[in-house]
Design a protein around this ligand. Structure first.
Ligand code: TXA
Ligand code: MG
Length: 357
């Protein structure tokens, strides 16, 4: 299959509109379109068409028990696909939509099992990215979309990443430039007694708590170790995800201890002939002495760290790194989401050097 790659930023407004209309027609016909959202690029299909959403699984090589998020553009669409919606869920949707938040609600019969991985619940998100919103509107469909990477690779934050993973497998990619946030939406489950965060993201526990009062976090998410016998409630969180091809190791502790430990490991591994990447920060990078050194950004600016993380993990692959040593981050607010993704990328390999900065 030939993949049509459309760079929206090179087009006039009229041409861009025509391209999105063509994309909408592909969705109506049951095909796939990759498109930008404010979090990561999505791979969209008609969410209420089981055959269309099955194409997503085939293109990504995604396990079929891992359900999809349905993207909407209007509040009234929630009740078309979800039932028994608690008041607190409405409040959260009103506070954070359109935006990087996904809600889990009991599903209605019109949502096919193929979209929800056989679950009786459905994940719903109203994105804020103008291209995503236009595509949903123009297609006249609710769009099921996972991140537009091959299963197991870091999520795409640029259309070029989508092309790398899915060229020849999907009919169209809409390139709307680099995304703003860079990590996937926060997922909150409203089907239990109390709202529960299943995946941390840009919308933090503190922000949610201001609306919901009580809120809990999936126990599978609270530990730095992959806890045995605790199955993550979001099926996708159990897979080794966001992963670069090399072995990634996180190091935490006082800054000077972290730097000297990473230097020691990197010198040893490069001495043995391995290809080594060090993921440091703007502040620390000059102090590293070995390996291919990349900056995650300034420690003071967690938004830029989130925005660049997946691109850097892909850069580790392009460099064919055997080992990737990375600094750790404070687990507050957005830092919590960043560390969640980094720990998963590292397969939970973490060296703790005692005291932290
Ligand atoms: O920011 C995002 O959410 C991006 C953009 C494209 O919107 N999408 C995204 O989709 O990250 P995906 O498929 O890569 O991740 C969806 C996550 C998976 O972990 C999946 O298991 C979980 O949502 N999920 C979907 N439906 C669910 C449900 N009914 N119950 C629990 N978890 C669910
Ligand atoms: Mg994904």
């Amino acid at each position: 299959m030939q993949t049509k790659y459309i760079k929206l930023t090179d087009l006039t407004e009229k041409e861009a509109k025509a391209a999105i209309e063509e994309a909408g027609q592909i969705i109506r016909d049951g095909g796939l379109v990759a498109f930008p959202t404010e979090t990561v690029y999505g791979l969209g299909a008609d969410g209420l068409n089981a055959q269309a959403s099955s194409r997503i699984y085939a293109a990504k090589g995604r396990p079929s028990d891992n359900p999809l998020i349905i993207h909407i553009s209007r509040m009234c669409q929630v009740e078309e696909i979800a039932d028994h919606i608690p008041e607190v869920a409405w409040k959260v949707m009103e506070a954070f939509w359109p935006g990087p938040l996904t809600v889990i609600l009991p599903k209605k019969g019109c949502v096919p099992d193929g979209t929800t991985g056989g679950l009786s619940t459905v994940a719903i998100r109203m994105p804020s990215h103008p291209v995503a919103r236009d595509l949903i509107e123009v297609s006249g469909r609710m769009i099921a979309a996972p991140s537009a990477n091959s299963s197991g690779r870091p999520s795409p934050t640029m259309a070029e990443h989508v092309y790398e993973d899915l060229q020849g497998k999907i009919p169209m990619i809409l390139d709307g430039g680099a995304v703003g946030i860079g990590i996937e939406s926060t997922i909150v489950d409203f089907t239990g007694d109390q709202p529960m965060i299943l995946r941390p993201g840009y919308i933090s526990e503190e922000m949610l708590g201001q609306i919901t009062g009580q809120i809990s976090t999936d126990p599978a998410m609270q530990s730095k170790k992959a806890v045995k016998n605790v199955v993550a409630k979001a099926p996708g969180m159990k897979y080794r995800h966001y992963a670069p091809k090399g072995q990634m190791i996180l190091v935490e502790g006082l800054e000077k201890d972290v730097i000297s430990r990473i230097n020691r490991e990197a010198l040893e591994k490069t001495g043995q002939g391995y290809r080594v990447v060090i993921l440091g920060t703007e502040e620390s990078l000059p102090q590293y002495v070995a390996g291919y050194r990349l900056s995650l950004g300034s420690r003071q600016d967690s938004e830029s760290i989130a925005a660049g993380l997946y691109r850097l993990l892909r850069e580790c692959d392009a460099f064919e790194a055997d080992y990737i040593y990375s600094e750790s981050f404070f687990e507050d607010g957005l830092g919590n989401a960043i560390m969640n993704r980094m720990l998963k990328a590292a397969g939970y390999q973490l060296i703790s050097l005692g005291e932290k900065d």
